[in-house]
Design a protein around this ligand. Structure first.
Ligand SMILES: Cc1cc2nc3c(=O)[nH]c(=O)nc-3n(C[C@H](O)[C@H](O)[C@H](O)COP(=O)(O)OP(=O)(O)OC[C@H]3O[C@@H](n4cnc5c(N)ncnc54)[C@H](O)[C@@H]3O)c2cc1C
Length: 404
């Protein structure tokens, strides 16, 4: 069996793992970043819409940006349609594959190593460090001996373990979302119709217990997807829901002229109160593996990056001092960074999406959206990306807390 030695092994080259690996490499720490994907451009499941300030805050270059948006279009419930538009761009849609490539390249440029096509399946203490086993597609096994291991494997929590085994909370605290998305090549005039805005399809006749979206990517390309908070009862398969949404949003001629470039999907599994295990000794976890995905807008990239920005300096300091890492401090700092509105937004997600299952819920949603009509596009961005619910007054609180 091949054996490798490194200071830190980072498992998962998504936004959290890639960003942590580049920080560690830039600080002169020996880092090996591994991912089960053979190509980081594959399975670009994330739609990656976010506010503009993320680029500056995380130092992301133009090459990872697929498009910019400055407005919102909310379709539904039923035939309702509302639009908001700002004068200047409010956000970007990232090319998720390009983001992963860029972060991994940065790690290598700073002296870190990258190994693709290897899946980590076991991690055990060995001496003062850890021994992790990786397997490739041909069944070859390799061991990595390291001082630290970071589980950045996303909602699958490959090494830190399943959330249910960790969280002492009831199952109500766990929210599971499943999404299916297509990357479409469309005619220029069709792309134009969806460009510069984020479009969402809302209401139970569009997607029961979830929502749909159309995001502009590079000119001529759109990402169209549906997601649903996984319910207990039987509902039509998401692929079918996506097909029916496409037939409502695009004319037969537009569909005829379009090509599906890629089909992908994924899961989000998050604990609203974030009681996840953040580490055990020298095995640490970041990103979706510690429930940084927010189910309100199905958004996790920014928060995954936040977790790597909190853990990075703490880990570098622990390595430099040869001291243990204060896990409680990591957890506390991350909680503070995500902010006090976090669990409120999770409750709102559960309340809004899980409850969206019929005409009564559609009416409630419709009146909520009508209340948003006088607001500016910027206000909607603050609501959805900063969770600034208090701007909508105390009257919205019972709704948020689920008592109305
Ligand atoms: C359909 C869908 C749409 C989304 N849309 C948005 C959006 O518009 N905006 C947004 O901000 N967020 C969105 N998200 C959420 C966002 O993608 C995640 O929250 C974010 O990617 C989490 O980053 P991460 O680094 O923690 O994990 P991930 O991005 O999941 O990365 C984990 C990596 O680990 C690798 N891996 C897993 N197990 C192993 C293993 N055992 N060994 C080696 N490698 C392993 C995986 O291949 C993957 O590359 C969406 C998610 C889904 C499913």
């Amino acid at each position: 069996m091949n054996s490798l030695r490194t200071q830190v092994l980072v498992v998962g080259a998504g936004p959290s793992g890639g960003d942590l690996a580049r920080q560690l490499a830039a600080a002169g720490v020996g880092v090996l970043l591994v991912d089960q994907l053979a190509d980081l451009g594959q399975a670009a499941f994330s739609s990656a819409a976010m506010p503009l300030d993320v680029l500056e805050r995380y130092g992301l270059p133009a090459e990872v940006v697929a498009s910019r948006w400055r407005g919102w279009q909310l379709l539904g419930p039923g035939q309702e349609r509302r639009t908001w538009r700002a004068e200047t761009p409010l956000g970007v849609v990232l090319d998720f594959g390009a983001l992963r490539h860029w972060l991994a390249d940065q790690c290598r440029r700073f002296g870190g190593s990258l190994q693709l096509g290897w899946r980590a399946f076991d991690c055990q203490p060995m001496g003062t460090g850890l021994r992790t086993l990786l397997r490739d597609r041909q069944g070859g096994v390799q061991e990595v001996i390291s001082d630290w291991v970071v589980d950045a494997s996303g909602q699958g929590r490959a090494l830190i373990g399943p959330i249910t085994a960790m969280a002492s909370e009831s199952d109500r605290d766990l929210v599971r979302g499943v999404g299916v998305e297509w990357l479409l090549q469309v005619a220029p005039d069709c792309w134009q119709r969806w460009s510069y805005q984020l479009s969402f399809a809302l209401g139970s006749d569009w997607v029961s217990q979830g929502y749909g979206w159309v995001f502009p990517m590079a000119p001529g390309q759109l990402k169209v997807g549906v997601c649903r908070l996984r319910p207990d009862r039987h509902l039509p398969p998401l692929g079918q829901v996506l097909e029916s949404m496409l037939s409502r949003l695009f004319s037969p001629a537009e569909r005829q002229a379009s090509t599906v470039l890629d089909r992908h999907g994924g899961l989000i599994v998050s604990s609203i109160r974030r009681r996840d295990c953040h580490g055990q000794g020298r095995l640490l976890a970041i990103g979706d593996a510690v429930s940084t995905a927010n189910l309100l807008g199905g958004e996790g990239i920014r928060h995954a990056l936040s977790s790597s920005r909190v853990l990075g300096p703490l880990l570098v300091a622990a390595i430099q001092r040869g001291a243990p890492l204060d896990l409680q401090r990591y957890e506390r700092q991350l909680r503070r960074r995500l902010g006090w509105r976090w669990s409120l937004s999770g409750r709102l997600a559960r309340r809004t999406w899980l409850g969206l299952d019929g005409p009564q819920a559609d009416r409630r949603l419709s009146s909520l959206l009508t209340g948003l009509e006088p607001r500016r596009a910027e206000d909607l961005a603050a609501l959805l990306f900063e969770y600034r619910f208090e701007r909508y007054g105390l009257r919205s609180l019972p709704y948020l807390l689920g008592v109305r």
